[in-house]
Design a binder for this molecule. Structure first.
Ligand code: ATP
Ligand code: MG
Length: 320
């Protein structure tokens, strides 16, 4: 079975884009892949954060992944901070990565444009490489936003193997067939994002139906007035059509007004999220289960992670 790793930063509330673009494909792949679902809580420390909020977010993301159908019997659910081999490999990989390689990452440039920048923000793509390489992941589903970071992980793996001997599996970035790219509802030229400053364009997976209705009713459309799939001229309407198609697994037909489209999208999103929210509420009552699941995920993946680190240490010149 192909080894696959999907990562989620615990930087904020998961949204419809995360569900349709990453969580659902992960759940579907469970039948055919040996999957790891990783919460990147270490990555949440690269920017100013509230410790209690990070802890709460990590648990919330874990709980939502389980509520959305991640089956801990098939998928190892882990947090990268709980497996010390991630940070150990991170350091070793820093020793084969150029300063310039990290500094030219687009996301670093964007996020470092304002304010005080932590060193960890610069080296975070190297930690991401460690997250992937430590488990020997062969496939890494990534959206466009992570393409450059995945390329760096591949470069680091190839370089290390060439310089110090065959040590790492070189990962391939994949785009799952069922993945949808969900755009921001208030600015359909940008993707829906946890870290967007305004929540107006985002549907949180835990948003109540009323809030979802409100967010969708305010979604930006256009003045053309015809419901048509046209990403260039009608990005807002196209985004709504794509959300509807992804939620219902059908091509939408027979919609004649934006009002009708928004009502259909609202109903479809509310129906998709209802069972996830119900399961979330059940699981949230039993945080012990989520902690236990993370501990089991760690126990499952740790032997392979330890072996990778041991191999890397030996190859690069460290004592046992
Ligand atoms: P942040 O703004 O903090 O980067 P994010 O919303 O981009 O948050 P991530 O944790 O970076 O979320 O990504 C988790 C997974 O969800 C990744 O696989 C990513 O490609 C996917 N994803 C994120 N946003 C979208 C979106 N709008 N549509 C589809 N998939 C998305
Ligand atoms: Mg992102």
């Amino acid at each position: 079975m192909i080894k696959q790793l999907t990562g989620f930063q615990s930087t904020g509330n998961l949204h419809l884009g995360n569900l349709l673009g990453a969580m659902r494909p992960l759940v579907e792949a469970q039948a055919t892949a040996d999957s790891i679902a990783m919460i990147a809580d270490l990555h949440a420390l690269t920017v100013e954060h509230d410790p209690a909020a990070v802890r709460a977010n990590t648990l919330e993301v874990a709980t939502l992944l389980l509520a959305a159908g991640v089956d801990p019997r098939r998928t190892a659910l882990i947090a990268n901070s709980q497996i010390p081999e991630h940070t150990e490999l991170h350091y070793l990989l820093e020793c084969v990565t150029g300063f310039g390689e990290a500094a030219r990452m687009i996301q670093f440039k964007e996020k470092s444009a304002s304010g005080a920048v932590r060193l960890s923000l610069l080296t975070y793509p190297v930690l991401m490489a460690a997250d992937i390489l430590v488990h020997g992941a062969e496939h890494v589903p990534v959206g466009n936003d992570q393409g450059q970071h995945l390329e760096l992980a591949r470069t680091i793996a190839l370089r290390f193997n060439a310089r110090y001997g065959e040590t790492f599996t070189v990962p391939a970035g994949i785009r799952p067939e069922s993945a949808a790219r969900v755009m921001d509802l208030s600015d359909p030229t940008r993707k829906m994002s946890k870290s967007a400053p305004s929540p107006a364009g985002r549907i949180g997976l835990l948003d109540p139906p009323d809030r979802i209705r409100k967010t969708i009713s305010r979604a930006v459309t256009d003045t053309i007035g015809v419901v048509r799939h046209d990403p260039e001229k009608q990005p807002g309407v196209t985004n709504l059509l794509e959300i509807l198609a992804a939620c219902t697994d059908e091509k939408p037909t027979g919609l004649t007004s934006y009002g009708a489209l928004k009502r259909e999208v609202t109903d479809a999103v509310v129906a998709l999220l209802a069972p996830i929210q119900a399961r979330f509420t059940e699981l949230a009552d039993d945080p012990g289960f989520v902690h236990q699941t993370l501990a089991e995920g760690k126990a499952r993946v740790r032997p392979a992670a330890l072996a990778t680190v041991r191999r890397t240490r030996a190859a690069i010149g460290l004592l046992d």
